[in-house]
Design a binder for this molecule. Structure first.
Ligand code: ADP
Length: 246
């Protein structure tokens, strides 16, 4: 692992990777990359590479886990053994179990589970290459995979972290900022700005948290635009055809 940099932000306000404090890393998405999944999305965000696959809705077995009035959304976050510098031991860890739980919950307000009683919707988020911000990258990919699977949703979910380095708040932490910074605050939100995931590592004042949330909102607005552009390029023409046929 590299050593702690002397400074994270230079005198011109530029970070080690050339970004300003309120800039997110470049993001690209591609939907429908897996033919055997009901929905999928491959996402690159900086040096993060994440694949999300959705299976379902399908009948949930064993039946005792079924919810009579709604579908169960199961989310599994996993880092591939080769996704980081040192090989990661395959299988669930405390970290991945926690991330899976809170990430699944981040979709609860938007996924319309009431349409699929007793069913399960499985979301698999596989981190192929990790470079800080993988849980947020996985959520951004999972949103599009859910839409790709045709799951009815009230809207999209986007996620981005904010943190603190050199006493300043910075959006979408890169690896050195995540490793050596003073705080890391990953947040997911709906298009209405309702926060559906908020975790914190390190120390921030209440004022910093509030300012950080505003920065994340701006970052998520950009991510929603990227997600919507992907949706338009995949489904936009179909909708137009339907409108024309009416
Ligand atoms: P996130 O990836 O959501 O930011 P963390 O803050 O826990 O989650 O991790 C930051 C980064 O540290 C990860 O993106 C990854 O690059 C690295 N990392 C996390 N867990 C491990 C691990 N078990 N082994 C090696 N590197 C790891």
């Amino acid at each position: 692992m590299s050593d702690k940099p002397e400074k994270f932000i230079d005198e011109n306000g530029i970070r080690l990777d050339g970004r300003r404090a309120d800039e997110i890393r470049p993001m690209t998405v591609e939907m429908g990359v897996l033919s055997r999944a009901d929905g999928s999305c491959y996402l690159e965000w900086g040096n993060n590479k994440v694949l999300a696959a959705v299976y379902g809705p399908r009948e949930l077995h064993p039946r005792r886990l079924q919810r009579p009035g709604e579908a169960l959304v199961r989310y599994r976050y996993n880092m591939a053994a080769f996704s980081v510098e040192d090989r990661i031991r395959p299988g669930p860890s405390r970290r991945s179990t926690e991330i899976s739980k809170v990430s699944g919950e981040a979709f609860e307000p938007v996924v319309m589970t009431q349409y699929y009683p007793s069913a399960v919707i499985d979301v698999f988020a596989e981190v192929l290459q990790a470079d800080a911000g993988t849980r947020t990258a996985a959520i951004n990919a999972a949103t599009l995979a859910l839409v790709d699977a045709g799951i009815p949703m009230k809207g999209l979910v986007a996620a981005c972290a904010v943190g603190k380095v050199d006493g300043q708040l910075v959006l979408d932490l890169n690896k050195p900022e995540d490793n050596y910074g003073d705080a890391d605050l990953p947040i997911a939100m709906t298009e209405d700005g309702d926060i559906t995931l908020l975790q914190m590592d390190g120390n921030l004042t209440v004022d910093e948290i509030n300012r950080g949330i505003e920065m994340v909102k701006k970052g998520c607005e950009q991510i929603f635009e990227i997600q919507k552009a992907a949706l338009m390029s995949k489904f936009g023409t179909i909708e137009e055809e339907e409108v024309l046929e009416d």
